[in-house]
Ligand binder design. Sequence first.
Ligand code: DX5
Ligand code: ZN
Length: 231
Amino acid sequence: MTGASASLKGGKKFLLAPSLLDADLMRLGEEIKRVEGLFDWIHVDVMDGHFVPNLSFGPGLVSSLRRGFPNSFIDVHIMVEPAERFVDMFTGVSPDILTVQVEATKHIHRVLQSIRAAGARPGIAINPGTPVSAIETILHMADLVLVMTVNPGFGAQTFLPEAAAKLKELVRFRVVHSLDYLIEVDGGVNARNASLLVSTGCDVLVAGSAIFKQADPVSAASAIRESASRG
Ligand code: DX5
Ligand code: ZN
């Protein structure tokens, strides 16, 4: 991997992206500061109560993160349908990456084009039931592919190994077609599976409950990093 997306990795073996979904929202800023230095990106999950059976954050949070953590890399994952209706709303608050679920739009090509035209990096997410073949024709347009390893909607679910099998396919496709998207895994990531995920070729690990639902988020994030660095 050598292109523009690869440069996002900055030569690191992996990137850790804590998901704020399971953080204590009364103390969100403190929660983030507490693990500062242990993460690379901040992962924001946006849910609409329609595409997924839960509601979460909106563009206001992304905007506040931009102000509160001006140097942080903000990775926004929107689980909203139809995705195209929300693209301007989110590109308007300057995420670094805006990732849309392929299942949430009839016009994924146009959505990816419009994200890039608005100055953000486009990402494509696939649910556990969606095969890699469903996105092969648009992978050249993406800077990131997010593989859901739980059904989207909630944190603290169990990692689905059958969904993770798609990581290998994405690694292979990237080599064969000389593409340079990053591969991100989202759902059920923890210190026990991080090493295997990185050795499979995963670039970005999202972890929510394995950090913020732990008694000591600092040692929890360190344990994930330690495991990932062995991958
Ligand atoms: C689920 C979200 C995930 C989730 C991860 O729909 O996309 O980012 O918050 O949480 P954990 O790491 O607890 O599975
Ligand atoms: Zn997510």
